[in-house]
Write a protein that binds this ligand. Structure first.
Ligand code: UD1
Length: 417
């Protein structure tokens, strides 16, 4: 599948913001800890969600995603090991490690493997679970864990989002109290903790990097409404910015835009919050931003880095963007350069020399956010752009072509001939 765009139209109008991908994925894993129905509202219909539901249903859990409402009943779930094929399809599968240990006191998953944005090892996940007294055996294929997690004082050596989530998932039904120091503080972790507490978990310090978790024997059913996806919001804001348009995002009341708004504002975008709305107005010209560095929350998120590269490629002047979270997140640079961007990446940093106009080209997405960045460039480019590898984009964006079309873009999703 690919997206075909004829660039040059302003992105203007109102859109409803989808629910957060990175919040719902750990909740799907968490559902295996719940006896009773889990109901997650405002769930995005994206392929990453579908992949995790496929894994979860292998435990015998009953899952349904309909009209934005995800229901899961894992009351009768039985242990299941995630094989290599499944692990390759979705990195989120690694979150079942902590959740399965909490529920079944055993878990087996094949290594998720590297991907284009970096190696993505799971050593921190394993280290924290071992500290919770789980016996983990690693083979060349994957990891097998056995034992009920037991509470402990654990310090993470780096605030990994996934390792924090796995630790929390293992700790909520552990024996005794877990103290988690140096935890990641991304809003998606806050959401996961709120969801778990609503389901009967006892987590203190939510939103901070010091979480105290008192283990309970099991969780119960819960209804939870997901907040808007901050990275999707940032992407549509960048679409308004790169085309000099204006977008009103509805359903954005809970969305945490820390780290993202200052960068978009520095690039000349005007942003207003009104109740549940985010109103974003692009400038005639994008302004260069001298220095941007990605880092864990509340800094500028790595998941917005590619989209910002696309935006700054049309800025008035030079910008420098440094990536400190994933080592290989500049795969989009040569593709943007095919469209006339002038970007030089070396090591952790990219120097973006803004050009007045991009031109259409055939380009290929190699990851989710890189794909979104290419769509943004295509919206602003002169002529026709084809973005191949649309499957990557569909992992995290719900009907992005349809939404951009409704906002005035000349864009179509095409099947490969
Ligand atoms: C999550 C997000 C992803 C986001 C990232 C950073 C989900 C589903 N995905 O990914 O969109 O880009 O946070 O905000 O929520 N690392 C290790 N060993 C480990 C774990 C991580 O070395 O055991 C390294 C990674 O290779 C990477 C860095 O730590 O360089 C950050 O990774 P992490 O915070 O764990 O990201 P994810 O949870 O994979």
């Amino acid at each position: 599948m690919y997206a075909k765009i004829i660039g040059g139209n302003r992105i203007e109008g109102e859109a409803v913001l989808q629910g957060s991908k990175n919040a719902v994925l750990p909740m799907i894993a968490a559902s295996v800890l719940c006896r009773g129905e889990v109901r997650i509202e405002h769930c995005p219909a994206i392929s990453d969600v579908r992949e995790l539901l496929t894994v979860l249903s292998k435990t015998g859990a009953v899952c349904e995603l309909k009209d934005g409402v995800l229901t899961i009943d894992a009351s009768d779930a039985v242990p299941f090991s995630i094989d290599r094929e499944q692990a390759k399809k979705t990195r989120g599968g690694v979150l079942f490690l902590g959740a399965f240990l909490g529920r079944f006191h055993e878990a087996g998953i094949a290594y998720p493997g590297g991907c284009v944005i970096g190696e993505r090892p799971i050593d921190l996940h394993c280290a924290v679970l071992r500290k919770l007294h789980v016996v983990l055996t690693e083979t060349s294929e994957g990891v097998y864990g056995k034992g009920r997690p037991v509470g402990e004082r654990v310090e993470l050596s780096y605030p990994s989002v996934g390792a924090t989530e796995n630790a929390v998932l293992a700790a909520v039904c552990a024996k005794g109290r877990t103290e988690l120091l140096g935890a990641a503080t991304e809003p998606e972790i806050t959401e996961l903790c709120r969801f778990l507490n609503k389901a009967g978990a006892v987590i203190h310090g939510i939103g901070t990097n010091y979480l105290v978790i008192d283990g309970v024997s099991e969780l119960h059913g819960v209804t939870y409404r997901l907040s808007g996806d901050r990275i999707v919001a940032g992407t549509y804001m960048a679409a308004a910015a790169i085309t000099g348009g204006e977008v009103v995002l509805r359903g954005a009341e809970d969305v945490c835009m820390d780290g993202i708004l200052p960068v978009l504002q520095a690039a000349g975008t005007q942003i207003r919050r009104e109740k549940d709305l985010l109103v974003v107005t692009g400038n005639d010209r994008v302004l260069a931003v001298p220095y941007i560095k990605t880092a864990p929350f509340p800094a500028f998120p790595t998941d917005m880095q590619s989209q910002i590269l696309a935006l700054l490629s049309m800025a008035d002047g030079d910008s420098v963007v440094c990536e400190t979270v994933f080592e290989s997140r500049f795969a989009v640079v040569p593709e943007l350069c095919k469209m006339g961007a002038d970007i030089l990446s070396e090591g952790q940093c990219a120097v973006v020399h803004g050009v007045r106009q991009l031109h259409g080209a055939d380009v290929k997405a190699a990851d989710l956010r890189g794909g979104a960045a290419l769509l943004l460039a295509g919206l602003a480019a002169e002529g026709e752009t084809k973005v191949y590898g649309y499957e990557y984009i569909a992992r995290g964006y719900e009907d992005i072509c349809g939404l951009l079309k409704r906002l005035g873009a000349d864009i179509m999703r095409m099947e490969d001939s």
